[in-house]
Ligand binder design. Structure first.
Ligand code: HEC
Ligand code: HEC
Ligand code: HEC
Ligand code: HEC
Ligand code: HEC
Ligand code: HEC
Ligand code: HEC
Ligand code: HEC
Ligand code: HEC
Ligand code: HEC
Length: 320
């Protein structure tokens, strides 16, 4: 009993210690916050907030931001609950100040877009300040971050509805840079992405992913099982390549072969199988009408229909 009590005291003390003494990370956070506060106090934000800006920028697209989630003043996390326009564009007295006659107006501190004078990294920092949460935990080091893609290469903030957030308008945003996928998705057999039924972001995480190719699942197959759960099994008789990687046989975006196949049976199957051991009639012999069953119609699939695996007690040959 004494031992227990001592243990409790020890735990209690260590909890007390943990709450009383800030960790190094907490201290760093605090310091950063103090620095931001100090910078904020020094910065010359417009006296009348967004009203200052809206005096001149009284038309769309500038005013569209007022109809977005960023402009919800009642939500303390939003730009409009803070320095309004200048939460994103930075304190910009040089821009709002009345210049000398004929003098060119200096741009705001932060401008966005491909032609902006603000470097991409600085543009992204503005967004990351508020959005560096679990949803974008893999952004740093992701293919997009590494290639210098800006948040606003995909996101459009001065519109009432950001096109990249909707399945129907999202593909066009991606196609701006990924032309090959546009072509693939127009092939006869394709995932219905152009049709607005499947979004790129259902298979990919554009903000980064621990996988190759920015996949949304932890493997290719896990990505596919999100919608094709029946292919997960378990099966009594598994088919090796199916377990391994769906893209051994399928291409994800589009194909000229039916069912998004990379190749047609029998060629698809013959990459791995020779059919020499087949029983009579399936060995390549012609039947009475002169057909070779593994080469015509659905070829191998005429007989081996359960190519993804079988649960039939005698389905060892993936035939039922
Ligand atoms: C006195 C008028 C005036 C005020 C006040 C004003 N602007 Fe401007 N702003 C302009 C003019 C003029 C331009 C340049 C013409 C153009 O491209 O629209 C401009 C351009 C911009 C641009 C585009 C810059 C670029 O290089 O792409 C942004 C962003 C901007 N303003 C934001 C703001 C913000 C934020 C505020 C408030 C802090 C503000 N403006 C206040 C007149 C004003
Ligand atoms: C959440 C961040 C954010 C806030 C808040 C914000 N902007 Fe912007 N602004 C941007 C981004 C990003 C762009 C680049 C174009 C785009 O994404 O729509 C931009 C572009 C602009 C432009 C150039 C538009 C063009 O295409 O010619 C002007 C002008 C502008 N903003 C003014 C304002 C004004 C005025 C406010 C406040 C009423 C404001 N912005 C608030 C992020 C913001
Ligand atoms: C001052 C903090 C702040 C800044 C700066 C900021 N955001 Fe936001 N953003 C928010 C908040 C808060 C929301 C609303 C989140 C919610 O409703 O859950 C939001 C929402 C969004 C959404 C979702 C919009 C929707 O309609 O669902 C996107 C996309 C977004 N922000 C992108 C950006 C980008 C890109 C930038 C940089 C140009 C940026 N934000 C800058 C705070 C910020
Ligand atoms: C390659 C395009 C692309 C880039 C670059 C990108 N996003 Fe996104 N973002 C998207 C897509 C697509 C969605 C919708 C995701 C979904 O539907 O699952 C989204 C959703 C969001 C949302 C709303 C939902 C959420 O996840 O909270 C926020 C906020 C956001 N992005 C912020 C950012 C910020 C900040 C950056 C830069 C660090 C960024 N995005 C860069 C494509 C992009
Ligand atoms: C501004 C241009 C741009 C936009 C817009 C864009 N990307 Fe990218 N994307 C890139 C670049 C650059 C790379 C890295 C180089 C490469 O591998 O092509 C990349 C890489 C990728 C990769 C990884 C490729 C690999 O080989 O690992 C995927 C997946 C991807 N993007 C999907 C998307 C999706 C989905 C969208 C739309 C939500 C999108 N991208 C929008 C430019 C863009
Ligand atoms: C059904 C799921 C799915 C959808 C929807 C999807 N992709 Fe993919 N994508 C994948 C898979 C899986 C891979 C990896 C292929 C591989 O490794 O052979 C991939 C690869 C990529 C690559 C890298 C290509 C390469 O050859 O390295 C890019 C870029 C890409 N996708 C962009 C997009 C864009 C843009 C969209 C929407 C217009 C999209 N994807 C929609 C599953 C999908
Ligand atoms: C977000 C859901 C979703 C994900 C994730 C997904 N698919 Fe699909 N898949 C669909 C839809 C929807 C269809 C079209 C079904 C229809 O037309 O009846 C489809 C159709 C198919 C088809 C049949 C095409 C045809 O023409 O008959 C194949 C093969 C396929 N998907 C393979 C995959 C593979 C491989 C993956 C993983 C890389 C994957 N799917 C990921 C939704 C998804
Ligand atoms: C990437 C190589 C690969 C491809 C492509 C492939 N298979 Fe297989 N297949 C295997 C392997 C490995 C096995 C052995 C055991 C297993 O199922 O894991 C197998 C087993 C089989 C079996 C059961 C054999 C037995 O001994 O019970 C049949 C039937 C079969 N495959 C048919 C097909 C058909 C039909 C196709 C084309 C649609 C095909 N395979 C494509 C690799 C492949
Ligand atoms: C060994 C080659 C092979 C592999 C690996 C493979 N498939 Fe298939 N898949 C096929 C063939 C062949 C068809 C066409 C069947 C037909 O025409 O009857 C097909 C058809 C499909 C279809 C459409 C018809 C149906 O059965 O629903 C979907 C969806 C599908 N596959 C998903 C997947 C998924 C998900 C994976 C990974 C878990 C996968 N496939 C792995 C060969 C393969
Ligand atoms: C007319 C029906 C039929 C067609 C068409 C057919 N098979 Fe078979 N296959 C069989 C039967 C029946 C067996 C079982 C033989 C046994 O149990 O000894 C078999 C066995 C197999 C096996 C396992 C035995 C071995 O040889 O290792 C594989 C692998 C196989 N087939 C692949 C294929 C491929 C690949 C094709 C297409 C090129 C194909 N089959 C076309 C009926 C067929």
């Amino acid at each position: 009993m004494r031992l227990f009590r001592r243990a409790f005291i020890a735990i209690g003390l260590s909890l007390l210690w943990a709450t009383a003494v800030p960790t190094a990370a907490e201290a760093a956070d605090k310091e950063a916050a103090t620095q931001v506060a100090a910078a904020d106090a020094k910065a010359e934000y417009a006296a009348n907030g967004e009203q200052t800006c809206l005096k001149c920028h009284d038309k769309a697209p500038a005013t569209n931001i007022l109809h977005t989630k960023h402009a919800v003043k009642g939500d303390a996390r939003t730009p409009f609950a803070n320095h309004q326009c200048e939460s994103c564009h930075g304190a910009s007295p040089q821009h709002t100040r009345k210049g000398a006659e004929g003098e060119k107006r200096a741009p705001p501190t932060v401008t966005f877009g491909p032609k902006a004078s603000t470097p991409v990294e600085e543009q992204n920092k503005v967004c990351e300040g508020c959005h560096e949460n679990s949803a974008r935990i893999s952004w740093k080091g992701s293919q997009h971050q590494f290639a210098g893609v800006a948040c606003v290469s995909c996101h459009d903030l001065h519109t009432p509805r950001d096109p990249v957030l909707s399945k129907t308008s999202q593909p066009e945003v991606c196609f701006n840079c990924h032309k090959q996928q546009r072509a693939e998705l127009h092939k006869p057999s394709h995932h219905p992405v152009i049709e607005g039924k499947v979004g790129c972001a259902e298979c990919h995480n554009p903000h980064g992913s621990p996988t190759d190719k920015l996949l949304s699942g932890i493997t290719v197959n896990d990505t596919c099982y999100q919608c094709h759960a029946e292919k997960r099994g378990p099966f009594l008789w598994e088919h090796g390549p199916v377990r391994e990687d769906c893209t051994i046989c399928h291409t994800p975006h589009g194909s000229v072969q039916p069912a998004l196949l990379k190749n047609r049976a029998p060629f698809l199957c013959q990459q791995c199988h020779q059919i020499g051991h087949h029983p009579f009639g399936a060995r390549g012999d012609t039947d009475l009408a002169g057909f070779q069953p593994q080469l015509v119609g659905k070829a191998c699939l005429n007989c081996h229909q359960q190519v993804h695996g079988s649960n039939h007690p005698s389905g060892v040959r993936n035939m039922r």
